[in-house]
Design a protein around this ligand. Structure first.
Ligand code: ATP
Ligand code: MG
Length: 435
C-alpha cells in the first residue's frame, strides 16, 4: 500500500493512508491503548494505537519509545472529536529513524523555567520548541522583506570584505585575526567600503551581513557578531533623503511581518503595531532638555545613555510614536566620516530609535577630501592607514550618506523579545564562543 507523506498542516480526516514524520513529543500508555503525540515543524498529530488493532511488534516498539525520538509512522487517518486536528492516526508501520538518548538535556514541552544559558548550551534542543524556533522564521521573512523594499528603492546589493586591514568604528571593539603573518581585523561594519563604492556610479547600495564587535559589556542588546543592514546613497541634498528611504523601508518591512508573518505572530501570541509615520524628529539638544526636565543631569555633549534613550522612548510612546529620529549629535561624539554641521558643535547625523532603543545610526558623510583629512587628524587617526579609502575621495566623490541597522535589534523591538540573543541562532558574546 502507498502511504503519501503528510505534515500536520496538510493532513485531513478523510486522507486515508498516510505517513507522518516527526518527533515523539509525548507517550501515554494505558495498557490496552497507547497515545503518542508526534510533532513536526508545523504542529502535532495524535497517533492512537489500540493494542488489539495494531501489529504486536509495532505496538511494543511504540509504547517503549523514548521521548523526542525521530520517527516515521504510517497508518490510516480516522476522524476523532477528541483531538485538536479532529483526526487521529492508527499506526500500521513504524520506522524509528533515530532513537533519542535519555535523559533529555532540556525538556521540549515541559513548562519548567530553565536558565537562558542552559538553553543556549543545548540550542538545537531548545529550538525544537515552536516559540523559540518561530522567531527565526520571522527573521528569515524580515530578511526577504528588506530585499523587497530595497529593490523598490532602486538599491543594488553588494558584498564587502569581512577581513579588513583597518577599523571604521574605533579601535576598542576590533577583533584581531592573523592573516598570513600580518595582522588584520574582523569588519565592525562595511562603512569604509560602502562609501568607496559611492564614487563608482553604483550609487545606491545595501548589504546585509555579519558585523563583528568585541563588545566588552554584557547587555541584552550587544553581541560580538550581529547582522547589520547597511545602506549608502549618493547625490543626496541632505540626510533627509536617507531618512525618507529608511522610513519607507521600515514601514514596508513591519507591515510585511504583520501580514505575511501572521501565522507566526499568532503562535508567539505577539501583536506588531505599524509605527505612526512620518516619524517625528527630535534633535539631540531637544532630547537633552527633555531628559533634564525629567530630573536627569546631562551636560551638553554627553551621551544620552541607555537610561536616557529609554526615557525618551517612554515620552514618545505616550504620544503614540514608537519610531522616531534623534538628529544632530555632537560632532565630537561621532566617527570621523560624519559631516559636521558648519558653525555649530553638531553633526549631520541621526539615530533611529524604536521604543526607547537605538536600532540605527546614520548620517551624511564628509565627502570633501580636505575636510575629511582634517577631521581624521583632529580625531588622532593616521590618514596613511586609510589610504585606499581616501583615494576614492580624490577624483570626484558625490555627496552621500547612509545608515547601519542592527537587524536583530529591529526584530527584538518588533517582537518585544527582551534579549537580542533570542534572535540569534548561536549567539556570540564575551562569555560565549560555543556552540
Ligand atoms: P550602541 O550605542 O547601542 O552600542 P553603537 O552606536 O555603538 O550602538 P553603531 O556603530 O551606530 O552602534 O551601529 C549601528 C547599529 O548596529 C546600531 O544602531 C545597532 O542596531 C547595531 N549594533 C551595533 N553594535 C551592536 C552589537 N554589539 N550588537 C548588536 N547590534 C549592534
Ligand atoms: Mg550608533
Amino acid at each position: 500500500m502507498a502511504f503519501p507523506i503528510k505534515d500536520t498542516s496538510t493532513i485531513r480526516a478523510d486522507d486515508g493512508p498516510v505517513t507522518v514524520k516527526g518527533w515523539v513529543q509525548d507517550i501515554r500508555n494505558l495498557g490496552g491503548i497507547s497515545f503518542l503525540i508526534v510533532r513536526d515543524r508545523h504542529g502535532t498529530v495524535q497517533v492512537t494505537a489500540p493494542k488489539k488493532k495494531v501489529d504486536a511488534e509495532v505496538f511494543a516498539r511504540l509504547a517503549s519509545l523514548p521521548r523526542e525520538s525521530a520517527v516515521s509512522i504510517s497508518g490510516e487517518v480516522k476522524p476523532s472529536d477528541q483531538t485538536e486536528l479532529g483526526l487521529e492516526l492508527i499506526p500500521q508501520a513504524l520506522e524509528v529513524l533515530s532513537e533519542a538518548a535519555t535523559p533529555l538535556p532540556l525538556g521540549v514541552v515541559d513548562k519548567v523555567n530553565v536558565e537562558f544559558d542552559t538553553r543556549l548550551n543545548n540550542r538545537p534542543m531548545d529550538l525544537r520548541r515552536p516559540e523559540v524556533r518561530t522567531v527565526f522564521e520571522l527573521k528569515s521573512l524580515l530578511r526577504h522583506l528588506l530585499d523587497e523594499a530595497m529593490a523598490v528603492e532602486g538599491f543594488t546589493e553588494i558584498h564587502t570584505p569581512k577581513i579588513v586591514a583597518s577599523g571604521a568604528e574605533g579601535g576598542a571593539t576590533l577583533f584581531e585575526v592573523g592573516y598570513f603573518g600580518r595582522s588584520s581585523y574582523l569588519a565592525q561594519s562595511p562603512q569604509l567600503y560602502k562609501q568607496m563604492v559611492m564614487s563608482s556610479g553604483l550609487d545606491r547600495v545595501y548589504e546585509i551581513a555579519p558585523a563583528f564587535r568585541a563588545e566588552k559589556s554584557n547587555t541584552v542588546r550587544h553581541v560580538s557578531e550581529f547582522l547589520s543592514f547597511d545602506g549608502e546613497m549618493a547625490w543626496i541634498d541632505s540626510q533627509r533623503d536617507i531618512m525618507d528611504v529608511m522610513e519607507r523601508v521600515m514601514q514596508h518591512t513591519i507591515a510585511g511581518i504583520k501580514d505575511k508573518g501572521a501565522r507566526q505572530l499568532e503562535l508567539l501570541e505577539k501583536e506588531v503595531e505599524l509605527p505612526k509615520a512620518p516619524y517625528p524628529v527630535l534633535t539631540y539638544s531637544q532630547c537633552l532638555d527633555m531628559l533634564n526636565s525629567e530630573g536627569m543631569e546631562l551636560a551638553e555633549g554627553e551621551d544620552l545613555g541607555t537610561e536616557g534613550e529609554r526615557l525618551i522612548g517612554e515620552l514618545m510612546s505616550d504620544k503614540g510614536n514608537d519610531m522616531y529620529w534623534i538628529m544632530e549629535y555632537p560632532a565630537e561624539e561621532k566617527p570621523f566620516y560624519i559631516m559636521e554641521k558648519e558653525g555649530t558643535p553638531y553633526s549631520h547625523s541621526f539615530d533611529l530609535d524604536y521604543r526607547g532603543q537605538e536600532i540605527s545610526s546614520g548620517g551624511q558623510r564628509e565627502h570633501r577630501y580636505d575636510v575629511l583629512l582634517k577631521r581624521m587628524e583632529d580625531k588622532g587617526l593616521d590618514p596613511v592607514s586609510f589610504n585606499d579609502y581616501l583615494e576614492a575621495f580624490r577624483y570626484g566623490m558625490p555627496p552621500h550618506g547612509g545608515w547601519g541597522i542592527g537587524v536583530e535589534r529591529l526584530l527584538v523591538k518588533m517582537l518585544d523579545l527582551g534579549n537580542i540573543r533570542e534572535a540569534i541562532l548561536f549567539p556570540r558574546d564575551m562569555h560565549r564562543l560555543a556552540p
